[in-house]
Design a protein around this ligand. Sequence first.
Ligand code: EPS
Length: 391
Amino acid sequence: MGALHLITAGESHGPGLTCIVEGLPAGLEINRAAIDRDLARRQLGHGRGGRMKIERDRVEVTGGIRHGRTLGSPVALQVENLDYANWKERMDPWPVEGEVVEVHLPRPGHADLVGTQKYGLGDVRDVLERASARETAARVAGGAVAKALLSSFGVQVFSHVTQIGAVRAPQRRDLGPEDFAGVDDSPVRCLDADAGELMVEEINRLRKANESLGGTFEVLAFGVVPGLGSYASWQERLDGQLGQAILSIQAIKAAAIGDGAEVAGVPGSHAHDEIFWDEQRGYYRETNRAGGLEGGMTTGEPLVVRAWMKPLPTLTKPLRSVDTETHEPAEALRERTDSTTVPAAGVVGEAMVAFVLADAYRRKFGGDHIEDALSALRSYEQRIGWRRSAH
Ligand code: EPS
């Protein structure tokens, strides 16, 4: 379906992760530091566990880029798992001499149990290693490449945390790119300093009680041209594609565009964004309840995507489960884990939104070289009289 493809491979404690991005134009400038910056941002956040002290995620490129520019061939990105050194025997791709201890205690809320049933695997580790959110490091590397494409089209993608556990930040409807300059300085990537402090306290309190925490985050994209996606076919509707991309992130249970579920309860006259036009700005809205999407298409207003994350299912105080060998009641696997990863999930959300938008730009404007894509975009912007700076 799409014009751009992103595929990941790799297990959490295996040798490393791979991301292949296929369908990029040639001539696109890629900055290694920008990919590494996003990888590092994904490792941040108060509430991370011991693993993040081991990893220093950095990208290695093994295909598709030469001297900092794409070649038009698939781009292959690798992120090493430094922890593999401690797991070599248990995760070696090839047979090993010694006995390797198996896991038979599936965690409720994880892929563990059904994964073993579906794939006919006796060792839960064969499932959990791939189901782990470590995989998102590969998505973020690919997402950084998608962001490079978007940036040449004048699009910027940001995220911020809006809730952790029971602590919510005040809702902001007036955000612009400039508001995100310091978001990564907050230990929970929250734009509201007071709420951020309360979130940190909430994490500390629940961590002591051996609990994990969920939360919500918002991804915003600025400078998106109107008309990406389409109302004409259900598969082309961009809200559907964004929903799939966001809900595919480990532990995400709900996604919304703009005011999302909230508009279900308000009268129609308060649910939509009235249309205005003036010489300088062209068409514009004074509100953005629709989150930049109408009829499955971008409107030119900022794209707003929200996501709800469940508390992580690996608990230091494990839930009841069943031993898959003996079928006896047992406690679920107790493993080193994070207390919360909502701040990191926001960075993963950026990557997924960037990928969906980059794919939509590729489909609409094509072009084998980035300059071809840019001239197609410019001529379209001119035809519809769209002025990016006014939105
Ligand atoms: C994860 C468990 C933890 C997390 C991991 C996801 O890893 P470990 O079992 O090695 O402590 O840290 O996330 C990452 C490694 C990462 O890079 O985000 C899980 O079970 O999903």
